[in-house]
Design a protein around this ligand. Structure first.
Ligand code: NAP
Ligand code: MG
Length: 404
């Protein structure tokens, strides 16, 4: 008897090696056990091209409407890809489009197994990074100052009124100058998504900035987070989780001695830097999952890695591949667990737990793909093919569901 999933899930298919993995996961791990309606959107680059990217907009609408989506990695076309796939143009990044429409924040979470030791000894629980993906350095304007002169910031109110100006620096020789911005609306959405994630995952929330130095700019971030925490006081207490504000240097020092198990909300630049530090410290890209959370509580799950192009070209030549499917499998389990929670169907949530336990269990028995061989202790004697690994998960999942 298959487990019934009450509400449909938006399924976003993708490109290259991850698309190959995607159909294996569906056929071997999901559809044999679940009676689930998948609202299918093909975000493969050819279909985006054929529909002039309308399929991406339709997928975003579906995630907002259904509340849960699961997405395969997709190509963000550059000039090379336009040639390779004969595209009409270099369509924008689907992830950027989805993030923009859903006004979402991306959270990256490492998948932990006992036989891969993080580079930092104290890390025993995942450290999740939430990166504010708007503004600051990434929307900054700057220029080279040629020589002596005055640089100022000027704000002119819309519709008239007096401009305000502040001196940046009185240059006595050449230098550089930069102007950057953020908006209350974007910071508020970011804070909202971070609290939504923390409450959904029952995890503590850290936010860090440098308000002692940046007494207006960073202080605005701090104030918005403080207000968001105050507005959710009861919910946080009920969930038994804490919100902490720290100076960024203090947060960095503490994270190196911390057991983990928190969401670390980062400003745009900090998130760029620290998400790569955390990913590398925990092991492999193939073990990093990712979820986009909108401020009004829609969730889209995916792997953090790309379409693994190099492996796909081997696959096309007919050569065996050993691509890690763990983050893609966890995209499915994440979406199903959230669906189960929202629908109040514990049997669906339990299926998600069993699927993840099956994956972790076989890795802990030393059954791995090639990327993990050098990381797992003791070192495995060999490795599985892409499909071989998924078959092992399928067999273990089958035994678990049968209660054996
Ligand atoms: P990638 O897919 O992240 O892979 C880069 C390299 O990392 C691979 O060649 C492989 O190393 C290793 N790797 C990544 N994931 C792995 C996995 N699951 N199992 C084993 N090894 C893994 O980046 P890419 O190949 O340079 O990019 C391909 C396309 O992905 C690009 O068109 C880009 O636009 C897109 N992309 C999409 C997303 C997304 O949709 N979320 C994110 C990033 C990139 P080895 O070659 O050493 O084995
Ligand atoms: Mg980075």
């Amino acid at each position: 008897m298959k487990i019934a999933v009450k509400t449909p899930i938006a399924e976003l298919d993708g490109d290259e090696m991850t698309r190959v993995i995607w159909s294996m996961i569906k056929d071997k791990l999901i559809l044999p056990h679940l009676d689930v309606k998948l609202e299918y959107y093909d975000l493969g680059v050819k279909e985006r091209d054929r529909t002039d990217d309308a399929v991406t907009l339709a997928a975003a609408e579906a995630i907002g409407r259904l509340g849960v989506g699961v997405k395969c990695a997709t190509i963000t076309p550059d000039a090379d890809r336009v040639g390779e796939y004969s595209l009409k143009k270099a369509w924008p990044s689907p992830n950027g489009t989805l993030r923009g429409i859903l006004d979402g924040t991306v959270f990256r979470k490492p998948i932990l197994v006992k036989n891969i030791k993080p580079a930092v000894r104290s890390w025993v629980k995942p450290i999740v990074i939430g990166r504010h993906a708007y503004g600051d350095l990434y929307k900054a304007v700057d220029f080279a100052v040629p020589g002596a002169g005055l640089a100022e910031l000027v704000y002119t109110p819309k519709g008239g009124g007096e401009a305000s100006r502040v001196k940046i620096h009185e240059f006595s020789g050449p230098g550089v100058v930069q102007g950057m911005h953020n908006t209350d609306a974007s910071i508020e959405s970011f804070a909202k998504a971070c609290f939504a994630y923390a409450l959904s995952e029952k995890t503590d929330l850290w936010f860090a900035a440098k308000d002692t130095i940046s007494k207006t700019y960073h202080a605005r971030f701090k104030d918005i987070f403080t207000e968001a925490a105050a507005a959710r006081g009861d919910a946080l207490r009920e969930a038994g989780i804490a919100y902490r504000y720290m100076l960024i240097d203090d947060a960095v020092a503490q994270v190196m001695k911390h057991p983990g198990g928190m969401l670390w909300a980062c400003t745009n630049y900090d998130g760029d830097v620290f998400s790569d530090m955390i990913a590398s410290g925990f092991g492999s890209l193939g073990m990093m999952s990712s979820v986009l959370v909108s401020p009004d509580g829609a969730f889209e799950y995916e792997a953090a890695h790309g379409t693994v192009r190099r492996h796909y070209y081997e696959h096309l030549k007919g050569n065996p591949t050993s691509t890690n499917s763990v983050a893609s499998i966890f995209a499915w389990s994440g979406a199903l667990r959230k669906r189960g929670e929202l629908d109040a169907t514990p049997e669906v949530t339990r299926f998600a737990d069993e699927l993840e336990a099956a994956v972790i269990g076989i890795i802990e028995r030393g059954i791995v793909t090639k990327d993990l061989v050098a990381l797992v202790e003791p070192r495995p004697a060999g490795y599985e093919s892409t499909e071989g690994f998924i078959d092992e998960v399928a067999a273990s999942l089958g035994r678990r569901l049968a209660g054996a």
